[in-house]
Design a protein around this ligand. Structure first.
Ligand SMILES: Cc1cc2nc3c(=O)[nH]c(=O)nc-3n(C[C@H](O)[C@H](O)[C@H](O)COP(=O)(O)OP(=O)(O)OC[C@H]3O[C@@H](n4cnc5c(N)ncnc54)[C@H](O)[C@@H]3O)c2cc1C
Length: 418
């Protein structure tokens, strides 16, 4: 069918997958390209890093998601450039591809804000390899300290988490539960009270995007889990075993988790477009890129202004999924010669899970929840975002198992090089 339009979707995250799911009936050829052969469920990466979930729950094979969509092909390749005027995309591993419609769903990446040593020594949390690397590093440090107690005073078990946004708070809470409920029993010779988990935040509160009451609740919930919170402190440099703060304080820590900032995929800087805060592309109400009605931006790469509230939507899974679905449906309508509508976001709330029975939820309208009720809402929203029922079942089994027994399934290290 050489005359069918070709729709190229770059990125198989929430945005890209959401778009393709709505293109099943389109009389068009759809090509999805991602550098990985799996869809990454970023919101649960910290649960892989802290042994609560196993990697396959958080990474689903992309090809498997589209078996029932005959018009979809999936290629694993790394995008190197996008020529919007020539309507062509280039890759490392395969020949360039041209398109009639393009969906940009390449997401965001870590922003180290130029902090010395961060690219080399910090552990970011954006990809599945990031999460597995962190999990294995933490287990390796406990095992090393178990063999050589001198390492404990040197900070082998201490973890500094930079940033008290949702990523930092969720990682700190989960790590504290792993330390105090599991690793303390796994390593009875290690004095676990000497293992510190410290959150360093430049601002004056944890969860700065939440209301005051939820901030206070989250800080108390973290402290109850033995997490130390340092507010108004900025990380100056990171070495393998030390973290230096601008105030002059030096923290002994062999692990630093970076949860402090993100920026849109660096490929956007080659598009010749005006970019907004965080290098995001300001898309129109229909999610098209300015000057290119055949190109759409979805998810974290896009600066989407809500048509109702006029607020810029946050970089969240539900925003990415809904914007992707809207673009898929819009392109399907355009291919069929039908009219289209502007994007309207249905708020699912901004949320953070601090630990067992502790979470916070805030809706765009201002309504809030905390505690068990919020944890239930958090789980419902995240289960809905998982791509298949099989993934949902796996997550529920692991969550319920840990709820009943405090067990964490992933506390092993597999060395593929041995
Ligand atoms: C640690 C963490 C916790 C989070 N927690 C929550 C939460 O609790 N709730 C919530 O709603 N949201 C959460 N988010 C945000 C949410 O995960 C993102 O908003 C969402 O994943 C964005 O979807 P996306 O499709 O735009 O991009 P992504 O999901 O990032 O997908 C982008 C895709 O593009 C691919 N890609 C990138 N560069 C290239 C390239 N050069 N070539 C080929 N492919 C490429 C990537 O492999 C990836 O598959 C969290 C994010 C992180 C990092």
């Amino acid at each position: 069918m050489p005359d069918r339009p070709r729709i190229v979707v770059l990125g198989g995250g929430f945005g890209g997958v959401g778009a393709i799911k709505k293109l099943g009936d389109a009389d068009a050829d759809v090509l999805l390209v991602d550098q990985h052969d799996y869809h990454t469920f970023q919101p649960l990466l910290y649960q892989v890093a802290t042994d609560l979930l196993e990697p396959p729950t958080v990474g689903h094979p992309l090809r498997d998601l589209f078996h029932d969509q005959a018009n979809v092909k999936v290629k694993q390749a790394t995008v190197t450039g996008i020529d919007l005027d020539e309507r062509r995309v280039s890759f490392v591993e395969m020949k360039p591809v041209s398109y009639d419609y393009l969906v940009l769903g390449l997401g965001a990446t870590v922003n180290f804000f130029g902090v010395a040593g961060a690219p080399k020594y910090a552990f970011p949390m954006y990809t599945l390899p990031d999460a597995v690397r962190l999990k294995e590093h933490v287990l390796e440090r406990w095992t090393a300290a178990d063999r050589d107690p001198d390492l404990i005073d040197d900070g082998a078990l201490n973890v500094v988490i930079v940033g008290a946004g949702a990523t930092g708070v969720e990682s700190a809470g989960a790590l504290a539960e792993l330390y105090r409920q599991n690793l303390n029993k796994d390593y009875p010779d290690v004095p676990q009270d000497k293992a510190r988990i410290v959150v360093v935040e430049a601002g004056d509160a944890v969860l700065p995007m939440f209301k005051k009451g939820l901030q206070t609740y989250a800080a108390k919930a973290l402290e109850k889990r033995t997490v130390e919170i340092m507010l108004g402190e900025v990380v100056e440099s990171i070495e393998p075993t030390r973290v230096r703060l601008k105030s002059g304080t030096v923290l002994n820590a062999h692990t630093l988790i970076w949860g402090a900032g993100l920026q849109a995929n660096p490929l956007v800087s080659g598009l010749g477009l005006e970019l907004q805060h965080g290098n995001r592309i300001a898309v129109g109400p229909d999610l098209t890129v300015p000057g290119h009605p055949e190109v759409y931006g979805v998810g974290d790469i896009a600066w989407i202004t809500d048509t109702k509230t006029k607020q810029v939507l946050p970089q969240l899974g539900s925003v990415a999924l809904q914007s992707g679905e809207h673009v898929g449906a819009t392109i399907a309508r355009r291919v069929a010669g039908k009219s289209t509508k502007p994007f309207a976001y249905k708020d699912k709330g901004t949320m953070a899970a601090i630990g067992r029975h502790a979470a916070v939820v805030q809706m765009l309208g201002g309504k809030t929840m905390k505690g068990r009720k919020a944890q239930f809402a958090w789980r419902s929203v995240h289960l809905a975002l998982l791509p298949t029922n099989e993934d949902r079942a796996k997550a529920v089994v692991d969550w319920v198992g840990s709820e009943l027994t405090h067990q964490r399934v992933g506390r092993i290290t597999v060395d593929v090089d041995e």
